[in-house]
Design a protein around this ligand. Structure first.
Ligand SMILES: Nc1ncnc2c1ncn2[C@@H]1O[C@H](COP(=O)(O)OP(=O)(O)OP(=O)(O)O)[C@@H](O)[C@H]1O
Length: 322
């Protein structure tokens, strides 16, 4: 049984907005799955359909084997959720928020342990009305952890967190996955996804345009790649004759270093072999296609501006009602 399965999941808003179009997605048990996409791609709408906050126009979804529309009680008991724009109660303390979630889930909990895990134990007895966005986000994460859920569904979990908070959150997600929890989270922060995810799904305009491990996506990536090859001594460019290799777009020779732009990753091996036949290769430097470049390829974004956002970008900070 998959942790999440959607079949033809579709959501239309009115006549003109097709927020999610015919989504078939399977998230396996125990994986950390990153759900990526630019603004308006359909990530939150998908999560909201999984949580039955929004009803699909067509299609079905199961969460932990339960129907997302008909078995919401069973699902809520077993999952931890950090929704977009999590609502906190101004007068309730952090401790009371955790206790409140524990009551609704009928879960036995160690409140201090949870608040400690999310780094706000010192603020346990402060009213949430005075919390910063980062503290509110940490509390929201703590609320999601109540009851040791089998699945964590997190919408932009890094929103509002400072770099330390983001690092803490990464470690927490890894720990959760190690203890068997499936983690599904949406994000704009590509480095975060790259750092923790087993697989990613990239949404664009309501469509799932890529679904794989980051490694496999990098292997399949198209587009130019650059390789630097260092030689034992400088060699006459005419002797090296790198331009004769099929798939080489451009070559720059600076002393003993040959920098070559190739049509795709497969050409890199030809370049190294060719150079090693004509000179002594002492070092090779090649960089994989970054997730950011992959993201741009799949979403058609030319510079990533619409997709790569700073964790502290105020526009991406979550509206937390306190
Ligand atoms: N309640 C709604 N009524 C009308 N249109 C909506 C509604 N909610 C979402 N949409 C539209 O559906 C599309 C998908 O939005 P969604 O919020 O799911 O995207 P997202 O990938 O989560 O984006 P973001 O990263 O900006 O949160 C967008 O065009 C959005 O304007």
């Amino acid at each position: 049984m998959a942790a999440i399965q959607t079949n033809g999941l579709t959501k239309r808003y009115g006549e003109s907005v097709l927020a999610v179009d015919d989504l078939d997605l399977t998230v396996e048990n125990g994986e950390i799955f990153g759900f990526l996409g630019p603004n308006g791609a359909g990530k939150s709408t998908t999560i909201n359909m999984l949580l039955d906050f929004v009803r699909p126009t067509e299609g079905t979804a199961t969460v932990l084997g339960y129907d997302a529309q008909d078995e919401t009680g069973e699902i809520r008991e077993r999952i931890g959720v950090l929704p977009e724009g999590a609502t906190l109660y101004e007068r309730l303390t952090a401790r009371e928020h955790i206790e409140w979630v524990a009551d609704t889930k009928d879960a036995a909990i160690d409140v201090d342990a949870i608040l400690d895990r999310v780094g706000i134990l010192e603020d346990a007895d402060r009213a949430a009305g005075g919390f910063s966005k980062g503290m509110a986000q940490r509390l929201g994460l703590g609320m999601a952890l109540v009851g040791d859920p089998d699945l964590l569904l997190l919408d932009e979990p890094s929103s509002g967190l400072d770099p330390t908070g983001i690092q803490d959150m990464r470690e927490l997600l890894r720990d959760e996955a190690e203890s068997g929890t499936t983690v599904f989270f949406s994000s704009h922060i590509l480095s975060e996804v790259e750092a923790v995810c087993d697989r990613v799904g990239i949404m664009n305009e309501g469509h799932l345009v890529a679904l794989d491990s980051i490694e496999n996506l990098q292997d399949e990536a198209t587009g130019a790649v650059t390789i630097d090859v260092e030689l034992a001594t400088p060699v006459d460019p005419a002797v090296l004759d790198v331009g004769s290799i099929s798939g080489v777009q451009q070559t720059d020779i600076d002393g003993d270093t040959v920098t070559t732009v190739c049509d795709d990753a497969t050409v890199k091996v030809d370049v190294v072999r060719h150079l090693d036949d004509r000179a002594t290769v002492t070092d090779i430097l090649s960089t994989d296609t970054s997730l950011e470049e992959l993201f741009n390829q799949y979403t058609g974004s030319t510079d990533g501006d619409g997709a790569v956002e700073s964790p502290t970008d105020p526009e991406r900070e979550q509206e937390v009602t306190v």
